[in-house]
Ligand binder design. Structure first.
Ligand code: DP6
Length: 333
């Protein structure tokens, strides 16, 4: 048996990805920019076993459902084809996220899976290759291969190699993401289905795709000069534009709940009081607030006092993918 273990962290998009330009290759229609988060890690062990007749996925010690297993098995099938490996794998994946954190585990999950699987198969792929493989499973996973601030360009239909690339390492900027955890309520439409539904039915989809690159560029320019208000303002516009576009789908996808709007109002009030803090939301009701590390305690306190917020989680810029304890970037000098 051959085995390898990888660790990857969740990331939050400052400039959002929503919509694909090539569904088969899972290529994003818009560029996105993210921050990889400490301490939200996923640990994945892949063990190749000649006795297995199919890939097996265990999430948090429990056998995963058919669709999750299929998605993981597809990633492994691609790597088997590339390496000549024939054995199936047992995948054991554990999220070290606070339960119901409101942060998606697919980004860290598929980044960790790509890292562990290729190592178990005896490959030593470059970070950009790992990012492209993770991206095919879930585009946000391409970004979790790298630590700190990361960019994933829009795809070009037909090009299978699109990968994320690092912009700045975690130590570049002392910022904090305060997650205001909201009651989950009934299960939402997941990102993959939600963005396809939006692309197929929202009259605002083309407007979103046209507007997103300038917003991503503004986030990037703001990062270049560590300008929190520039990053924050573009970040808020990016999230509200994607939500507006999703809400205009038929039927509409409304991820925001009363608690989301209450938390947004708290963020706005804090800004009026002189605290530079900005909000972003993904395919769920939770608000993630970006602020300077020194303001994190005040932001967390104000969000915790907001009706409907269950608790907050504080995250800081985190490191990229490690395989068997070695950062993948470093393994290649
Ligand atoms: C709203 O990466 O989960 O979080 O590529 O279909 O797996 P797939 O989608 P996914 O979408 C993430 C959407 C988002 C914004 C973002 O993270 O950029």
């Amino acid at each position: 048996m051959s085995s390898a273990k990888a660790v990857a962290r969740a990331n939050i998009a400052l400039a959002k990805y929503w919509g694909k330009c090539d569904v088969a290759l899972n290529l994003p229609a818009v560029p996105s920019i993210s921050l990889t988060l400490e301490p939200l890690t996923t640990e994945t062990t892949v063990t190749l076993d000649a006795a297995l007749t199919a890939d097996l996925l265990l999430l948090g010690g429990k056998l995963a459902g058919a669709s999750e297993t299929r998605r993981a098995a597809k990633l492994l099938a691609g790597l088997r084809e590339r390496s000549g490996e024939r054995r199936f794998a047992r995948i054991e994946s554990v999220n070290h996220f606070p339960t119901a954190s409101g942060l998606a585990s697919s980004a860290s999950g598929f980044a960790a899976l790509a890292g562990a699987a290729q190592a178990a198969m005896g490959m030593a792929l470059r970070p950009s290759e790992l990012s492209a493989i993770a991206r095919q499973a879930s585009a946000s996973a391409a970004r979790s291969v790298y630590g700190g601030f990361v960019e994933l360009p829009a795809g070009v239909p037909g090009d299978p190699d699109l990968a994320a690339s690092p912009l700045y390492p975690p130590a570049y900027w002392d910022v904090c993401i305060v997650v205001a955890v909201a009651d989950e309520g009934p299960k939402e439409t997941g990102s993959t289905d939600g963005m396809e539904h939006t692309r197929n039915t929202s009259p605002y989809y083309d407007a979103w795709v046209n507007a997103a690159p300038a917003l991503a560029n503004d986030v990037k320019r703001g990062l270049d000069s560590r300008d929190l208000s520039r990053v924050g303002e573009a970040m808020e516009q990016s999230t509200l534009a994607f939500h507006a576009c999703a809400m205009a789908a038929a039927p509409g996808l409304v991820y925001l709940q009363p608690v989301t709007l209450a938390a947004l109002a708290t963020v706005k009030r804090l800004r009026k009081e002189g605290v530079p803090v900005y909000a972003t939301m993904d395919a769920g009701p939770h608000v993630k607030a970006l602020c300077a590390a020194e303001d994190a305690a005040r932001v967390a306190k104000a969000l915790e006092a907001t009706p409907g917020v269950l608790r907050t989680i504080r995250a800081t810029p985190g490191a990229g993918l490690t395989v068997d304890g070695v950062p993948v970037g470093r393994a290649h000098g």
